[in-house]
Design a protein around this ligand. Structure first.
Ligand code: IFM
Length: 803
């Protein structure tokens, strides 16, 4: 079953069947003012923090309600409906609906009873409030008298949890009043005698507003109960059915903003009304609402601004291949998803309620990778930030607070940090993610001097980027387990694998091996000869150790517990074959060709499914060791043998690095959201964004996906596709071209910005290869390898690569 389709020209996903299996959402705004909106207008808004700045209420796990509702009522027939299918939910044979999720905006188009409405929701560029603009058109042949009612449900407390659970307190701090063109909600309004900078118990008055521009307000309501009426739901609020909001304010209990406006339309006549919502002082709100008096012009201008901003953000890489799924993901939706994870980390979705009040170290450093090819300088700023969250012992802070103050932070060695963040210890892998991320930034941008930038440590002191990286190596060396591989500490990438503080993870060992390789390149560049010799020796020794300890005939094992048990070996009754050590043995460069072949074939045969490769097999059930926390999950889910989608990205990359284009592309397609557009009842999640995992064959719901949008999958798959399938592999001197593609791709093109230059690349594959090199022509000149040295590049370059 299919609920919508991709409009690649406009970069929109259009949902034409609104009863989607789960709410399919979009992100609006920026961290200053963020908004999540579903295809049925469900969702919430917040200023700065999903946890502490919640403005609009959303009740999680509860039928996608409430939301940003606009009701339409025909005052002659008394019939009413909503501008999005829900909450009124008219019969879909009479009600035609299209939800256009675009980049930075969502537009709901509805046709019912001869009335056409188009409602566009967005946060204007660089602004910290939101707009709901509705244009309503009379498509019937008689005059229509309508009432349009906007409804916004404010939280009573900016803290999401307080609003939801501490009712004995939060119900008695909120009040509303009507003024001119808006409802004003005040939280702690009783503190209105305080000066702006004065506080009682760290509190002062918080003001929100819900206003209307473009047409006069005919009635208002600031009280949720009065709006809905006793025992009514959002589908039939008395304020709408009666055609009058009753002009009620709120004092205690649940506030809302609701404004009604009467519109009379002749046949073919249209009218635009603009509802505006935000957390601003009354004076600021007044000015904002007034700025929309020319409603239609302002909205058209602001939407155009958003569109061009997003087009600019994406134009650094555009491809045209024989696969529409690949193109739509790489050109638009995976890239957009990467920006969302880059911006929001794991802060706010319909699954993440916003309670993680900070950035996870590994997640954020990985997320950065997804946008480096599009916005290297934006990425560099975040890298600087994450380096400033590295402790001077080389480890990363497991959680970097939104209030992060470089040079002054407590660390996992301090009880205060543990108490505040809930993170009891360093994690073995956190700082090791810096290596590929820094490498990708430097090689994409060519900015090798980045290594010399001085950046503070989280707790004290400062160092150059190069020294930060050395410190990360030192951290691993200072924390070796009994066999000499990096110790497990609290956990590695897999949150559910606790090998023990002295346990040893092969994944971390492979990351460490890879980190040594990357730092070797930098050390060579810097002529740091003594350190270079050390790195080479260390890499050699670690490589041998991993080989001795972790290779088990046709697979790499997952590691050793503190008690010495080998995890992931062939004989184990459960979890005897793991995905990540196989792909990382290839990515890190450790696996020999023969090992790579055996291990990757084993992955294909043992772990692969129609929806991607599962994380391990068989799932834990009876034989879980003490730290195998995955056993707490139902089998086939999450880390207990689910298709953990992020790992699919590493798999794509590993196969592509081996030149195995067919396999790489197969893995891409199995888990690509767009490839499952017509299987939405199985996948359930949005066909335009990744989820954290898909249920594996051990589950009765094999193929069902979960935890939408905010997942490391976005960046990892992007890297797998860009560096792997497309083969765009920058290094310090230029750009290597090494596509690994399906054999039946005869030709494809890549438009890429590289170090400020434009590359028009055409890849020809007349002999139906999966990878390889026959000829490269750069601006008419034939080169003898598939490599573009930076010094040969002009401002604009025409490149033909023949495989
Ligand atoms: O790597 C972790 C991530 O940090 C949080 N989500 C789950 C992943 C795998 O356990």
């Amino acid at each position: 079953m299919k609920y919508g389709y991709f409009d690649d020209i406009n970069r929109e996903y259009i949902i034409d069947k609104p009863d989607t299996p789960t709410p399919w959402v979009n992100y609006l705004g920026s961290p200053e003012y963020g908004a999540i909106i579903s295809n049925n207008a469900g969702g919430y808004s917040f200023a700065k923090s999903g946890a502490n700045g919640r403005i609009l209420r959303y009740v999680f796990n509860n039928f996608d309600q409430p939301g940003r509702y606009i009701y339409l009522r025909d005052n002659d027939s008394k019939d009413f409906w909503s501008a999005s299918w829900q909450p009124v939910g008219k019969d879909l044979t009479d009600y035609i609906s299209k939800c256009h999720h675009g980049l930075g905006y969502t537009k709901m188009v509805a046709d019912y009873a001869g009335i056409h409405s188009e409602t566009t929701y967005y946060v204007p560029k660089n602004k910290s409030y939101e707009v709901w603009a509705i244009e309503v058109t009379n498509n019937s042949n008689q005059i229509r008298n309508l009432t349009l009612t906007g409804y916004a449900e404010f939280t009573n407390h900016s803290n999401y949890e307080q609003d939801q659970v501490n009712l004995q307190y939060s119900l008695f701090i909120s009040r509303t009043q009507f003024q001119d063109n808006r409802i004003i909600q005040q939280i702690h309004g009783n503190l209105n005698t305080l000066e702006e900078d004065e506080q009682v118990d760290e509190k002062n008055v918080t003001e929100r507003f819900f206003g209307l521009a473009g047409n006069p307000i005919t009635s208002y309501c600031g009280d949720k109960k009065a709006f809905l009426g006793r025992y009514n739901g959002y589908d039939e609020p008395v304020g709408v059915t009666s055609g009058n909001l009753g002009n009620t304010n709120n004092y205690n209990e649940n506030a809302c903003g609701s404004l009604a406006s009467q519109v009379t339309l002749a046949p073919n006549e249209s009218k635009t009304l603009v509802f505006v919502l935000g957390e601003k002082s009354s004076r600021e709100a007044q000015a904002i609402i007034q700025s929309y008096e020319n409603a239609k012009e302002s909205v058209t201008f602001e939407i155009e601004e958003l569109r061009s901003e997003w087009n600019n953000r994406l134009e650094g890489l555009q491809v045209k291949t024989p696969s529409p799924v690949f193109d739509t993901m790489i050109n638009t939706w995976n890239a957009y998803n990467c920006y969302m994870t880059f911006i929001w980390s794991r802060a706010a979705s319909l699954i993440y309620c916003g309670l993680r009040n900070g950035y996870g170290y590994r997640d954020t450093v990985q997320d950065i990778q997804g946008i480096i090819h599009l916005a290297p300088e934006m990425a560099a700023d975040k890298i600087r930030f994450m380096l400033s969250a590295q402790v001077d012992n080389g480890g990363g802070l497991p959680l970097v607070k939104f209030t992060h103050n470089p040079g002054h932070e407590d660390t996992p060695d301090d009880a205060s940090y543990v108490q505040e963040t809930g993170h009891p210890a360093y994690r073995a892998d956190d700082a090791l993610w810096l290596f590929p991320t820094v490498y990708k930034y430097i090689t994409e941008s060519g900015n090798i001097s980045f290594l010399d930038e001085i950046i503070p440590y989280a707790n004290k002191g400062e160092a150059t980027v190069y020294e930060h990286l050395k410190a990360a190596i030192q951290f691993s060396m200072d924390n070796l387990g009994p066999h000499g591989m990096p110790a497990g500490l609290h956990a590695d990438w897999n949150d559910c694998l606790r090998l023990g503080a002295q346990g040893e993870s092969s994944f971390v060992a492979l990351q460490y091996y890879y980190a040594l390789r990357i730092l070797t390149l930098f050390a060579k560049q810097k002529n740091d000869t003594t350190y270079l010799a050390f790195l080479e020796a260390e890499q050699e020794a670690m490589g041998q150790k991993i080989q001795e300890l972790c290779w088990d005939e046709d697979r790499f094992v997952r590691g050793y517990t503190e008690a010495g048990e080998r995890i992931g070996e062939r004989q184990a009754p459960e979890a005897n074959m793991w995905l990540n050590p196989q792909s990382w043995a290839v990515i890190s460069g450790l696996a020999s060709e023969e090992q790579a072949e055996l291990a990757m074939d084993n992955v294909f045969n043992r772990l692969n499914t129609n929806y991607g490769a599962i994380l391990m097999d068989p799932p834990y059930h009876k034989h879980a060791f003490e730290g195998a926390l995955a056993v707490i999950y139902n089998q086939g889910n999450k880390e207990n043998a689910g298709v953990f989608s992020q790992s699919q990205g590493w798999l794509i990359l590993a196969e592509a690095l081996r030149g195995k284009g067919e396999r790489a592309f197969t893995y891409f397609m199995e888990n690509a959201p767009a490839a499952q557009n017509d299987q939405a009842d199985i996948r359930q999640l949005e066909p335009y964004c990744y989820g954290q995992f898909t249920e594996g064959p051990a589950s009765p719901n094999h193929g069902k996906s979960h935890v939408h949008w905010l997942t490391g999958t976005a960046s990892t798959i992007m890297v797998g596709c860009v560096e792997g399938i497309l083969g765009l592999r920058p290094d310090l001197g230029g750009l290597k071209l090494a596509p690994a593609i399906p054999k039946d791709w005869e030709q494809f093109t890549i438009e890429k910005t590289f170090r400020g230059k434009t590359l028009h690349i055409s890849v020809e594959n007349p002999n139906h290869k999966e990878s390889g090199f026959t000829k490269l022509i750069l601006n008419g000149q034939e080169l003898n390898e598939a490599y573009l040295p930076e010094e040969l590049l002009q401002a604009d370059n025409t490149i033909t690569l023949v495989l």
